[in-house]
Design a protein around this ligand. Structure first.
Ligand SMILES: [Zn+2]
Length: 137
C-alpha cells in the first residue's frame, strides 16, 4: 500500500514549499506555557487565530492573547486512514481551552477521550498541537 499524501502537495500546506504562492499557516501556535491567539476587546470572543482583521462575532477590535494549555474535550476521535504523513491509527480532539478558544489537537495516544475530559497540551508535532489526559497533581 502506498502512503497517501507523501511527496504530494497538500491543500493545507501548499504554497512556497511546492512552488506556489506562500499560504498562511492557520494552526495554533504554542509559546512556552501558552497558546497564542487573540481576544475581542468588546465581546471577549477568544480565537486561536492571531491575524484576523476584526472580531468575527461583533467586528470589534482584537488584541493579542495568551491562553492556558489546559482545557476540556469537546469532541474526540481515532483516525483510521493515513492523512498526509500521519500513519493510522491516531487520535484527534477538539479542546475548549480554559477561558479560551476551541483548538484541534493530536492526541498522544490513539484513543477516544471522554467528552469533557481534562486535557493538557504537551507540545507540538510537525506544527500541530499535541495533547493528552491532564496529569492529576
Ligand atoms: Zn467581538
Amino acid at each position: 500500500m502506498s502512503e497517501l499524501g507523501v511527496g504530494r502537495p497538500t491543500k493545507r500546506r501548499a504554497g512556497s514549499a511546492v512552488g506556489g504562492l506562500p499560504v498562511a499557516d492557520s494552526r495554533p501556535v504554542l509559546d512556552g506555557d501558552a497558546v497564542l491567539g487573540s481576544r475581542c476587546t468588546l465581546c471577549r470572543y477568544a480565537s486561536a487565530q492571531r491575524n484576523l482583521p476584526w472580531c468575527p462575532v461583533c467586528y470589534g477590535e482584537l488584541e493579542p492573547a495568551r491562553f492556558p494549555r489546559t482545557g476540556r474535550t469537546w469532541s474526540s476521535t481515532v483516525v483510521a486512514i493515513p492523512v498526509g504523513t500521519r500513519k493510522p491509527p491516531f487520535g484527534l480532539a477538539y479542546v475548549d481551552l480554559d477561558d479560551g478558544p476551541r483548538v484541534l489537537v493530536h492526541l498522544d495516544k490513539p484513543a477516544v477521550l471522554e467528552l469533557g475530559a481534562r486535557v493538557q497540551i504537551s507540545g507540538t508535532d510537525d506544527g500541530d498541537l499535541v495533547a493528552g489526559a491532564e496529569v492529576q497533581r
